[in-house]
Design a protein around this ligand. Structure first.
Ligand code: SER
Length: 873
């Protein structure tokens, strides 16, 4: 039996022999594409090549790509584990032609690979071809049909509709007709009984699609129309796990060596057995074996679990897994992190990024599991109650679903899953309303409405020239209107731009476009795929002529120093804390820098000082910053620290600040020499997530301002203290003097209270055989009043006392009653306070039967308070 590793290798070798460059998988989380949360197909990283925004370095490429289909247009999450052939993360084997070969070769080679190299039984294969679509004005794919005819009998070529045979990446983007290859894995007996072709695309677990060949010819635009692309391309995707299953002749993907190692590990940990069935226990095994891959690879690619966006998708997957082992494998401790090493080892040579970060990823997963396990039990109890209460309506209401989410961390899809298991639905609209209500109108991302581009001048590339110049004459290529939160604004693309677009943590530039001599303010610049997008609140009517693009120079300078110093900081952290420190995120703007990195303990003060010292030394050395443009692969060889998000063919800049000190892949702007950075100062160090710390720091002018502000405070303190020679000594003296005075005041007050008490004891009168003390007295605070009332008990044993005081304009009252009087006269101090005194002083209070207090607003009735208690007695 061929191993999965050998199968993967055969695919890559085959396409290498057909002139393809073999490239590494792009990260699961792609930078610069706001239309996607995750890589959901092998072609994502090549989107710009298809659209013609960028030229491919190679017209033939093949790879295995980590993909995630758990959100957006392609979402398989609910199927995962329940069936045996859908996954959250899967590997997509792909070969691409960028304006090179087309249908003839793509079809011929896919047939050759499957039947000649991998030796699949030809009689078990079916192919589908696009039948055309009248509404879209798309013809039947005759060309693909005719190519297939050369290889496979026509009765096994099937026509498919737009849903199955016209592939689109998302709501917008590259698309085209496709031809799919399906394989019938049933027994010969079953095949005799039912013709395989009737089962193609019919959700039969043994008749499955393994390969999709897309012929990319169009760009789907926002308005729904299809635009013909300048060139024709091939985009293919083969489900690796399915291919392995077919070749290893298994009934289920989970029975192949892609998953058996993980399943065995789960068996050992839980002491339960996996069987191939539909039982909840079997589903739990499959869910865990699947989900651990998605969770660990995504974290390794730089996406931490969080409460929003892509991070929340990962948290949801992780919580789905936790609930499965908790409920169906009866395992109540963190489990996923224990199976991580199996995955890391298994993929060591294919996706080495996981094993390299195994410690870090394991710690993040374990902490996430622990956090959810803390609330899971209570949440499960609540959902059981909700389920009982919803038996009649058959639907879990939005409020309860939201409470489960908000209080117990149940993602909505987990609530849906448990509801479905109990034959119920969930009011998702109600849930959304509750959620939005809490967020006061919800977030803006979903409210973003983007119109199609309006072309002003021809040209396909927005060339960035802002490393060397901050001002240039150029042209506007296109613009579009966007609406967010009810506000309209504009996005513009230029032929050439000096504006740096937000990326690598560095914020986008702002500045001006001078159009016909009047300035148009540019608020921000962002990148979308390969386009530099300039943001403006308005646009003038005439945009076609020459414009001058001018970056705000001072702001850019302040941003740049913070970027360069971030590199010095990164290297210093690795020196002081260790080489496990890796960048997890950063923000660089004109005011400061924020740097997130993997590390497990709070930084000690000495460590912070040591880091500052190294960075400032490097600044004083005035080291030249050397920048080289290299393909990513070569840069890595130089020892550059790889940051996440780069994809194949990206020509990266390597920023070198002393080759022995700091070499990083970085597209940001940098100073010429470190001396320009001035002074470096760390402002804060804190935790952001499990195993991730954050440093906030300043340099250059911002550091000067920070120090000035700190000295300002210091000088004010000095002046206030009359410029003592030794400031800290003076403060210490002040503190001990203060403590001494406090003590003396307390003594005096205590003595004063004794005096008052003695006076009160002399002013008693006897009413109904009970000693009554009622008085308005002067005390420093409400606590003293209470203490005094309590103290009377030590000197008198059959009394009712009511003490009132006006403290800083507010009335306070304490009532004390001896226990014998409480019993004999059936009196209750708490009740007296609540029912009789609180209304008189316009306030509230309470306490015990023998001691109660109140505070209020109205001091005019204190005499009446005393009379009231007296009359009650
Ligand atoms: N893009 C196509 C798919 O994802 C083929 O790679 O199915």
């Amino acid at each position: 039996m061929m191993t999965s590793a050998a199968i993967r290798q055969q695919f890559l070798d085959f396409f290498k022999s057909k002139g393809h460059a073999i490239v590494p998988s792009a990260p699961i989380v792609l930078k610069d594409d706001p239309t996607l949360l995750f890589t959901n197909a092998g072609m994502n990283q090549f989107k710009d090549y298809f659209l013609g925004n960028k030229k491919a370095p190679n017209t033939r490429i093949a790879d295995t790509q980590k993909c995630l289909r758990v959100s957006g247009k392609h979402n398989d999450l609910e199927e995962v584990g329940v069936d045996t052939y859908h996954h959250t993360m899967f590997e997509m084997l792909g070969n691409w032609s960028f304006g090179d070969y087309f249908k003839k070769e793509a079809i011929e080679w896919s047939w050759e690979l499957l039947t000649e190299v991998l030796k699949l039984d030809k009689s078990r294969l079916y192919v589908t071809v696009f039948e055309g679509d009248a509404k879209e004005n798309l013809p039947k794919d005759e060309e693909a049909w005719n190519e297939w005819k050369k290889w496979i009998p026509e009765d096994r070529i099937l026509l498919g509709n737009k849903k199955d045979n016209f592939w689109e990446m998302g709501d917008t983007g590259p698309c085209g007709p496709c031809t799919e290859i399906h394989v019938d894995c049933r027994t010969d007996e079953e095949r005799k009984q039912v013709d395989g072709k009737t089962l193609v695309n019919n959700d039969h677990p043994q008749v499955i699609e393994i390969w999709n060949n897309v012929f990319i010819q169009f760009n789907r635009k926002k308005d729904g129309s299809l635009e013909l692309l300048p060139e024709k391309h091939v985009d293919t995707g083969m489900g690796f796990e399915r291919l392995v299953r077919v070749l290893q002749q298994k009934q289920s993907n989970y029975d192949t060596d892609v998953f058996t190692g993980t399943i065995a590990a789960i068996e050992t940990i839980t002491n339960k057995k996996y069987d191939y069935s539909d039982s909840k226990q079997a589903i739990a095994f499959r869910v865990l074996a699947d989900h651990i891959r998605a969770i660990s690879f995504t974290i390794a690619d730089g996406q931490l679990p969080s409460n929003t966006g892509a991070g929340y998708v990962i948290r949801r997957i992780l919580r789905r897994a936790v609930r499965y082992y908790y409920s169906y494998l009866d395992y109540k401790q963190p489990l996923l992190f224990q199976i991580l090493p199996v995955i890391a080892k298994q993929f060591e040579n294919v996706f080495p990024e996981l094993i390299k970060q195994q410690d870090f990823v394991g710690k993040v997963i374990k902490e996430e599991e622990e956090a959810f396990l803390r609330t899971l039990d209570k949440g499960l109890k609540l959902i059981q109650e909700v389920i009982e209460a919803s038996k009649a309506s058959k639907i879990i209401d939005g409020k309860s679903a939201f409470k489960l989410h908000d209080t117990y961390g149940f993602p909505i899809d987990l609530t849906k899953l448990i509801a479905t298991e109990n034959g119920l639905g969930v009011d998702e609209i109600g849930y959304e309303e509750e959620r939005k209500g809490q967020q006061e109108g919800g977030r803006s991302a979903s409210a973003l409405d983007t119109e199609d581009w309006i072309i002003i001048n021809e040209g396909s590339e927005s060339k960035f020239i802002g490393y060397d110049s901050l001002e240039t004459k150029t042209k506007i290529l296109r613009y579009r209107k966007i609406k967010a939160k009810g506000k309209e604004s504009y996005q513009l693309v230029l032929a050439e731009t000096p504006f740096y677009a937000e990326s690598g943590g560095q914020v986008g530039d702002s500045g001006q476009l001078i159009i016909n001599n009047s300035p148009l303010i540019i608020n921000d610049t962002k990148k979308e795929n390969n386009l530099f997008i300039h943001f403006a609140d308005a646009v003038p009517a005439e945009l076609s002529g020459e414009v001058i693009a001018k970056v705000d120079v001072d702001r850019r300078k302040a941003i740049t120093v913070h970027h360069s110093v971030t590199h010095l900081l990164h290297a210093a952290l690795r020196k002081v804390l260790g080489t496990h420190v890796a960048q997890k995120g950063s923000l660089v703007n004109e005011e400061h820098l924020r740097f997130d990195f993997s590390h497990f303990a709070k930084m000690a003060d000495e460590e912070i000082i040591a880091v500052e010292k190294i960075v400032n030394e490097k600044i004083r050395e005035n080291i030249p910053v050397v920048i080289k443009q290299l393909p990513k692969e070569e840069a890595l060889k130089l020892g550059a620290m790889a940051l996440f998000g780069e994809k194949y063919g990206d020509v990266v800049r390597v920023v070198i600040i002393d080759p022995a000190y700091s070499v990083e892949l970085c597209g940001g702007t940098h100073v010429g020499n470190t001396g320009e950075l001035g002074l470096f100062k760390i402002k804060h160090e804190s935790a952001v997530a499990a195993g991730v710390r954050r440093v906030e720091a300043v340099c250059g002018k911002a550091a000067e301002e920070y120090i000035d502000a700190a000295f300002g405070v210091l000088n004010t303190i000095k002046e206030t203290l009359k410029n003592p020679k030794e400031l800290s000594k003076a403060i210490e003296n002040l503190q001990s003097e203060n403590a001494e005075l406090k003590k003396r005041i307390e003594n005096l007050e205590a003595r004063q209270l004794v005096g008052i008490r003695n006076e009160l004891l002399q002013k008693d009168e006897i009413i109904n055989n009970v000693t009554f003390i009622g008085s308005i007295i002067e005390v420093p605070n409400a606590d003293a009043l209470k203490k005094l009332c309590f103290d009377l008990k030590n000197h008198i044993h059959d009394h009712v006392a009511v003490l009132c005081s006006n403290i800083d304009g507010k009335p306070f009252v304490a009532v004390g009653i001896s226990d014998v009087v409480v019993a004999a006269k059936n009196l209750d101090a708490g009740k007296i306070i609540k029912e009789h005194i609180a209304p008189l002083i316009k306030g509230g209070g309470g306490g015990q039967k023998n001691l109660a207090t109140a505070g209020g607003q109205d001091t005019s009735n204190l005499k009446a308070v005393i009379e009231k208690v007296k009359s009650l007695l």
